[in-house]
Design a protein around this ligand. Structure first.
Ligand SMILES: C[S@@+](CC[C@H](N)C(=O)[O-])C[C@H]1O[C@@H](n2cnc3c(N)ncnc32)[C@H](O)[C@@H]1O
Length: 257
């Protein structure tokens, strides 16, 4: 099991450090145990995933088998990913976390633009993570993965130079908590990026896809600017892919002593 990954992890429910024990992880203080499946620590308490998070976890577990194929059918997605990667400031010595990494499409895209780094990913769907692990193996990439909820990130405070999220936050139970968690695990001065679909994507989509989106509450697709923690710097919101996605970037302030 990757030492580098474990050294950065915490129990997301207590904040305590985790240690490797008998093939799994254990909370150093309470002894609470978490399994590791196929090299992926599972940092979710039984019964802790509820509401929309549970619905999407199940959907993505099922979708994981066809996700990459589906993705490859739409050239618009490629344009979108290219556009976003161009904006993201990533350096080769950076520790970078993607929350809701899915099958790793954005990491693949960053690498194709020569944006290399030490990448970490979390996702609530084990199905998506299994695909992601396979995709990383094909690329020869040492990608560190955990199964967790983006609203309770199992990493220590101030760990990452860059934290980003692409394509899931609109339907989270608690967007505010998810953003606060991204900020918590970011180092002072780190860049944070958050992107997801806008209402225009639903309005412009081909009729064949409208079946999937007919029950979507348009309010959920608003950029989560109201949930930004205080004191964040350089907050910027722009449109990507002709307005079909919003892309928010901001910086965590440096610490002053
Ligand atoms: C549209 S996919 C995007 C995947 C990837 N970021 C990409 O760009 O291809 C959305 C992902 O969000 C994940 N997700 C949904 N709710 C989540 C939550 N509460 N915590 C972590 N991941 C979540 C899903 O399992 C899915 O993999």
């Amino acid at each position: 099991m990757q030492k580098e990954l474990i050294s950065k992890l915490i129990n997301p429910y207590t904040g305590n450090i985790l240690e490797y024990l008998n093939g799994g992880l254990a909370d150093c203080q309470t002894g609470e145990k978490f399994p590791i499946h196929g090299n992926i620590p599972v940092l979710l308490r039984k019964g802790s995933v509820a509401g929309r998070n549970k619905i999407w976890q199940k959907k993505y577990d099922r979708l994981s088998y066809v996700y990459d194929f589906f993705f490859s059918l739409f050239s618009g997605f490629k344009k979108l990913y290219k556009e976003s990667a161009t904006i993201m400031e990533i350096e080769s010595n950076h520790q970078v976390l993607e929350t809701s990494i899915g099958t790793g499409k954005q990491i693949e895209n960053l690498l194709s633009q020569d944006k290399k780094a030490n990448f970490y990913g979390l996702d609530i769907s084990y199905g998506m993570l299994k695909k992601c692990r396979r995709n990383a193996q094909k690329l020869g990439l040492d990608l560190k993965l955990v199964q967790a909820n983006a609203e309770t990130i199992p990493f220590k405070d101030k760990t990452f130079h860059v934290v980003f999220h692409f394509g899931g936050i609109n339907f989270f139970n608690d967007k505010k908590k998810a953003i606060e968690e991204m900020v918590r695990v970011a180092k002072p001065g780190a860049k944070i990026y958050i992107a997801d679909e806008s209402i225009k994507l639903i309005e412009d989509q081909p009729a064949i896809l409208s079946h999937f989106s007919k029950h979507i509450d348009p309010e959920l697709l608003a950029p989560p600017l109201d949930f930004m923690p205080q004191h964040m710097l350089n907050i910027d919101k722009r449109d990507l892919w002709d307005g079909k996605f919003y892309f928010i970037s901001f910086k965590k302030p440096e610490e002053t002593h």
